[in-house]
Design a protein around this ligand. Structure first.
Ligand code: IPM
Ligand code: MN
Length: 356
């Protein structure tokens, strides 16, 4: 039986989460998958309830489960709590404890949302379909650190084995896509990046069909803005992947659309956006990032590609009909069929497509 943990978190998390859950339940039932879904408090709401963003008993439950479906965590309410128990700390602990080392962040531009991209139409028309494969349980996020008033440091540490396993994920992913893999690093400055290059070159020999490239992260940031069509699959470190995935996401029109899968011992599926406390409780948040994370759960955890395809097609169909939450910025609203909808309306419209 599939054991899922549902951690909606803070801010808009519970609103988008309840919409995503409906889609999850519907598809699990449709495909006859037996499952249990256990809700937990995680993030700021868990700090309020238990004084910690992730309680030991919930962590124990998670470790016995197959995957976590996450909303978003954090908010100004918890900005002043002790750094050691902040909601973000809970998220990092969760990733580490789940050994969720491979984070897949796709960014593609829907035809009907081309006008919502901040990039020029001439660039977007060349197509954007990128997968960022981000290392998620190592690097500067978890390296040795010291925090003093007069000096402070963080360490970018990577072992050969940590690099190798994420690079293999990058190649496997590229094989299922357009067979192009770009390593993004800062090998002209960082010793750790030079080790990434060595491992990349070694692993590349096992995947002769994949066309490889190597790019410094500063250049990659620039190329994403002026020539995103050059990228297919990108593999990179934790910090570089964090930064580049936000940049890639905004090209698509809204960060609210983008899902992610973090794969390891226990998988984590979550939208890449934050908890958006400014719009929480208004039923206006975009649920698509979380709904597409459910699709990724079917693809990556359950290997039921058909269920994932159906969800993705339903999302496309709803967007194609002009239904959108307000975050999807349209810089020339010549498209008169666009209708601004609430979170629940978008969820119902997607469910409706699935039911047809
Ligand atoms: C993300 C977020 C997190 C990260 C934060 C909230 C710790 O920005 O998932 O991209 O930096 O990984
Ligand atoms: Mn981020």
């Amino acid at each position: 039986m599939l054991k899922l943990i549902y951690a909606p978190g803070d801010g808009i998390g519970p609103e988008i989460g309840s919409v995503a859950l409906k889609i999850l339940n519907y598809q699990l039932d449709k495909y006859g998958i037996e499952y249990s879904i256990t809700p937990i408090l995680f993030g700021g709401c868990a700090i309020d309830a238990y004084g910690t963003p992730l309680s030991d008993s919930d962590l124990a439950l998670i470790k016995q489960s197959d995957a976590v479906l996450l909303g978003a965590v954090g908010g100004p309410k918890w900005d002043s709590v002790d750094a050691s128990i902040r909601p973000e700390k809970g998220l990092l602990k969760l990733r580490k404890e789940c050994a969720a080392f491979a984070n897949f962040r796709p960014a593609k531009v829907y035809d009907c949302l081309k006008n919502a991209s901040p990039l020029k139409r001439s660039i977007i028309d060349r197509g954007v379909d990128i997968m960022i494969v981000r290392e998620l349980s190592g690097g500067i996020y978890f390296g040795e650190r010291s925090e003093g008033d007069h000096e402070a440091y963080d360490t970018e540490y990577y072992s050969y084995a940590e690099i190798e396993r994420i690079i293999i994920k990058g190649f496997e992913c590229a094989m299922k896509r357009r067979k192009k893999l770009c390593l993004v690093d800062k090998a002209n400055v960082l010793a750790s990046s030079r080790l990434w290059r060595k491992v990349f070159d070694k692993v590349a020999s096992d995947y002769p069909e994949v066309e490889t490239s190597r790019m410094y992260v500063d250049n990659a940031a620039m190329q994403l803005a002026c020539a995103p069509y050059k990228f297919d699959t990108v593999v990179t470190s934790n910090l570089f992947g964090d930064i580049l995935s936000d940049e890639a996401s905004v090209i698509t029109g809204s960060i609210g659309l983008l899902p992610s899968a973090s794969v390891g011992e226990v998988d984590i599926y979550e939208p890449i956006h934050g908890s958006a406390p400014d719009i929480a409780g208004k039923n206006i948040a975009d649920p698509i990032g979380m709904i597409l994370s459910v699709a990724m759960l079917f693809r990556y955890k359950l290997n039921v590609d058909a269920a994932a395809d159906e969800i993705e097609n339903a999302v496309s169909a709803v967007l194609e009909k002009g239904l959108r939450t307000a975050d999807i910025y349209d810089n020339d609203s010549i498209d008169t069929k666009v209708k601004i909808c609430t979170t629940t309306e978008i969820g119902d419209a997607i469910l409706n497509e699935l039911e047809q």
